[in-house]
Design a protein around this ligand. Sequence first.
Ligand SMILES: [Zn+2]
Ligand SMILES: [Zn+2]
Length: 391
Amino acid sequence: MLNSYFADMHIHIGRDIYNKPVKITASKNLTLTNILIEASRRKGIDMVGIIDCHSPAVQEEILQLIHKEEAFELQDGGIRFENVTLILGSEIEVYDEFCKGPIHVLCYFPTLHNIHVFSKWLAGKMKNITLSSQRYYGSAKELQYKVKELEGLFIPAHVFTPFKSLYGKGVTESLTEVFDADLIDGIELGLSSDTKMADQIEELHRYTFLTNSDSHSLAKIGREYQQIKMVEPSFQEFNYALHGVDGRKISTNFGMNPKLGKYYTTVCQQCMKSVDFLTVECPYCESKKIVNGVFDRIQQLRSTKESSPKRPPYTYQVPLEYLPGLGPKTFETLLDHFSTEMNIIHYVSGEKLMKLIPEKIAKMILDMRNGVLGIEAGGGGKYGRVKMYKK
Ligand SMILES: [Zn+2]
Ligand SMILES: [Zn+2]
């Protein structure tokens, strides 16, 4: 079996390129093809989920790649482009009569045909099918049944973020208020939580946890990702890994320290000071714009103190661009020598790094590999930060 790196992108390409072109650099638009090139050639990621694939323009771009023989559909599902397999996905906002607030969910499909059928069905239940993460007018369970009918995977997205998520605002205390628990294939943790935090909620023990990047730019591809034990990077193997079939599994989750996430602590959005969970009015500036932190929300939901299930290790990491002092020039130098970011993060020896870049930056990369970087916590929509190394 192989060790493959999987990163779900959440790149909102439907919104960003096809309606309002966004230049990433002088030569790079945020298109599906550019994402695949970046993932394959520079990131060194083996499998990437893109959640705009319900959009007809995105499907057209994939068909073009296949037509030009630059990509092809795999027997076991997924689209292979160079060294990366694209997993066809769609992020959808559910808000039915049982939801207390909007919930984002991820739906993945094995083939272009299946996601095309899904899009046609969705078009009747959405105002604008060409955009990402749009509100769907129908029930959560009906959506689950449709995804299963089309042999898809159903995964609640970034489940603790305070605004549009399952536990953020969607339910009072249990996912069964909204979903059929048997038709969930995995749980996406989101940037402000990790395995240990999420396992305090007992109803999550039966599910595999995913650490996905929720990236909205090329540089952030693989902001979070996982290493998966599988026979080859394909949709079917991904499905097997989520359900632990015959030795397939997620072998390590790589995620940012939750303190780096935007919503770890409860913060007043007006003055950005930390306040107590469930504060109504800020004691410092009297603002009512309080954003509850993920840490506090999990404390409120926690149902269990011990007996967590056996989980893969969770290693704290950030993409190289997050390391203070590691600018674009250093990054390009590293890529020139060691080809991909995954290679630099995981495999290149300290000795080789130190020959090429300043020692304190090399040390940061090695500390990150071991999950021991220093962090300043984020909150209220402001990201935390990696602390600068003195020497
Ligand atoms: Zn989302
Ligand atoms: Zn305030």
